[in-house]
Design a protein around this ligand. Sequence first.
Ligand SMILES: O=C(O)CCC(=O)C(=O)O
Ligand SMILES: [Fe+2]
Length: 227
Amino acid sequence: MINKSQIASFKSNGYVILKGYLSKDKIKKLKKEIEIISKKYDIKNIFSSQKKTFWKKNFKQLNNLRLELNYKNKIFNNFFNTKLFFSDTSKIKNKKSKKFKVDKIRFNIPTFKNKLHPWHQDEITWPNRTDQNPVTFWVPLVDVNKNNGIEFAKLSKKSNFLLPHKYGSNPKTKLKFATFKNKKILKKTFKPILKTGDVFIFDAFLPHRSCLNKTSKIRISIDTRFK
Ligand SMILES: O=C(O)CCC(=O)C(=O)O
Ligand SMILES: [Fe+2]
């Protein structure tokens, strides 16, 4: 459960780290499910260290696996509706929370650059649902650090508006790969070190991007949202 000082910190900074927020057991069960479903896609030992050729060879099937987990899996769908996320969002917002239906399972595959999110604010990525200021619960299923995690801007003052973005070059993914026109604000950044069970929550205006995965293991994380 989120405490008062964490709520205060979230409000003044636009983010807060919640240490030991979920049980390790809960995360283990999600990983177990991934391992079970991954067999269907002929992917063995998905959470082990693997050579680059393994990730290359399985790239397509990993994407199919991710899509199944994201959109068709009961256990993950239940996780997207975790009661604790609802109740803590209510506490943060001082009103009854609702689901903001953007839930993603991210596969950050070793050394693959092309699917990584460049610097952005999440507000740009849902043009039909702006001004709702959802809270994102970013949940790593493996330990993360500067070599496989996520990077945030450390601003002198919390941002409350959308900064100018330029769109991605592919019309199909132009919003997904939108990035800041002016990168000067990104002088100071931080990459949280998180253990399984820790959760990072942030608002729609906090600039962030994916770290390149420099390890030999996949980084899987979930981002799920409430308003
Ligand atoms: O997990 C990542 O690498 C980036 C995720 C992201 O941009 C988000 O959760 O909004
Ligand atoms: Fe994002």
